[in-house]
Write a protein that binds this ligand. Structure first.
Ligand SMILES: C[C@H](Nc1nc(-c2c[nH]c3ncc(Cl)cc23)ncc1F)C(=O)NCC(F)(F)F
Length: 296
């Protein structure tokens, strides 16, 4: 049975501007304006671009995933739009005007203080806790996939790589890793393509690092890891070098002026042994505690 697929008619979907490129397609800002008088709502429309990696089946999975998620900290599903006689489809989502967390932090460096960042971190934690109750692993938790709904609300988005952990296992094994965001990957994901709630916790630690670095491109995870690995390009594979430095206990350095307790949280998320990493509910509690202590 198909989940609730609210239908948007293509003829009423007015293209406005491009928003960006995601895992399996591009997202555009549109107005759904059935009355034709510009009173319709603004929506974010993700068009599937079938290419070698992604198929309609993958896209249908992303639509099915998002359509069952109902959480304040996850971007809202609105419905689907079929075109070319059901040959192509688009995913219609709520449009969040403040855009992705990366752009927002770069633009509002001076406006976002420690308390605000901890609020955002606790909201991402709550969204991940909710995903975990449904046995979903996101697999692409990164600041680029967090949306800013308002000055005090962020939401998790882009469920293109999300998988459901089978009922009889604690993890999901991926067979065909596409373009992997390896600098956000836990060691076991790098070396064994093993994904679990605890590998999402590792990625959450990377998001904490991005947050407290104001998503500054000069110290983003990829750049810092590549500096450590060295740009010796003849290396067999970057992910093998990354696995090695992580095994030798190298970790991303503390962002400048990051409160020590927050860096300690990141280090907990980056325990090599996934059983040692905290769960999202414990992380959420620790963040709330630090928030109370933060006078700022
Ligand atoms: C590929 C698309 N990229 C972008 N999207 C938006 C955006 C603004 N406002 C939005 N409102 C709803 C949605 Cl779904 C996206 C946007 N802004 C810049 C982008 F580069 C995307 O989905 N990125 C993942 C995430 F949504 F988490 F940012």
């Amino acid at each position: 049975t198909q989940p609730d697929q609210t239908l948007f008619e293509e003829r009423h979907l007015r293209y406005i501007s491009p928003l960006g490129k995601g895992n399996f397609g591009s997202v555009e800002l549109c107005r759904y304006d059935p009355l034709g008088d510009n009173t319709g709502e603004l929506v974010a429309v993700k068009k599937l671009q079938p290419n070698k990696q992604s198929t309609l089946e993958d896209f249908q999975k992303e639509v099915n995933t998002l359509s069952v998620l109902h959480c304040d900290y996850i971007v809202k599903y609105r419905g689907v739009c079929y075109s070319m006689g059901r040959l192509s489809m688009s995913l219609v989502m709520e449009y969040l005007p403040y855009g992705s967390l990366i752009g927002y932090l770069e633009k509002n460096r001076d406006k976002v203080n420690t308390r605000r960042m901890l609020l955002f971190a606790s909201q991402i934690c709550k969204g991940m806790e909710y995903l975990q109750t449904l046995r979903y692993v996101h697999r692409d938790l990164a600041a680029r996939n967090i949306l800013v709904a308002s000055e005090s609300l962020v939401k998790i988005a882009d469920f293109g790589l999300t998988k459901i952990i089978p009922f009889d296992k604690e993890y999901y094994r991926v067979t065909q890793p596409g373009e992997s965001p390896i600098f956000w990957y836990a060691p076991e994901s790098l070396s064994e393509s093993r994904f679990s709630h605890k590998s999402d916790v590792w990625s959450f630690g990377i998001v904490l690092h991005e947050l407290f670095s104001y998503c500054d491109t000069t110290c983003n995870p990829k750049r810092l890891c590549m500096q450590e690995i060295g740009h010796n390009l003849q290396s067999a594979s970057i992910s093998m070098h990354l696995t090695n430095i992580l095994k030798n206990n190298w970790r991303l350095p503390s962002p400048p002026r990051c409160p020590p307790k927050v860096y300690h949280l990141m280090k907990q998320c980056w325990e090599y042994d996934f059983d040692e990493r905290p769960c999202f509910s414990r992380l959420g509690n620790q963040i709330e505690t630090i928030m109370q202590e933060e006078r700022e």
